[in-house]
Design a protein around this ligand. Sequence first.
Ligand code: KIV
Ligand code: NA
Length: 282
Amino acid sequence: HKNITLHSLATKVRKGQPISMVTAYDYPSAVHVDKAGIDILLVGDSLGMVELGFDTTLPVTLDDMIHHGKAVARGCRRPLLVIDLPFGTFETSPQQAAQSAIRVMKETNFDAVKVEGGRQRLPNIEAILDCGIACMGHIGLTPQSYSSLGGFKAQGRTAAAAYELIKDAEALQETGCFALVIECVPAAVADQVAKAVDIPVIGIGAGPHTDGQVLVFHDMLGMMQHYHHAEFTPLFCKQYATVGHTIQNGLADYKRDVEERRFPSMEYSPYKISDAELATFM
Ligand code: KIV
Ligand code: NA
């Protein structure tokens, strides 16, 4: 397979072919995403919730992102690799944004970074782009603004708010972002945003009219449903597998086998000692 590049991605969108994107956070999930032929792999700061057990993405550090990004990079060749700049690593100045993006690119060898925010982040995003680093935007529900948004809530639900989203998308395109994610907005609003810009608009909880879709690995595969109080599948997330169920069944079968002394049978006891050695030893 040929690796996905910014160029081949743009070509795909120009041909009207939808882009598939999914998150991954470690070596095995990266191997699976690569093997499945997904176009873009995102090491999202959602790892704070689905991998580290936090309630929000706010505690995630640049070191956390780099740690997971390095493991992901070892697992794949084909997809475009994008990594989030986490909360607190790019907002305070263009210099901070550039330094964080440079460090992530040096240490993970990814293709691009993703940064939450619209026009209020333009100078910071410009500084990243000025360093020669490709940047993906992220508008609509921006989970790093959990505090000021008052929770994980759908965005763009008034005419004024929808208009602001279009202005943000246009500004991000103008600045030089190669694509943008739009999260949790009405389908009709995402449609208008996608029509307002030429760069690929990738939706999550944003309806069917965008140029691509992105979902969180654990949510789409049913990893945690019914097993952890803090985990829930968002309303917009289709569950394509019930991996959590498969894991629970495997663990329960193993526990029962151990308790009933059925595992390991001699079939799983492969190491031999010769009869002569054994006679001496015993
Ligand atoms: O962190 C993440 O997983 C994301 C996607 C939901 C777009 O930013
Ligand atoms: Na994110």
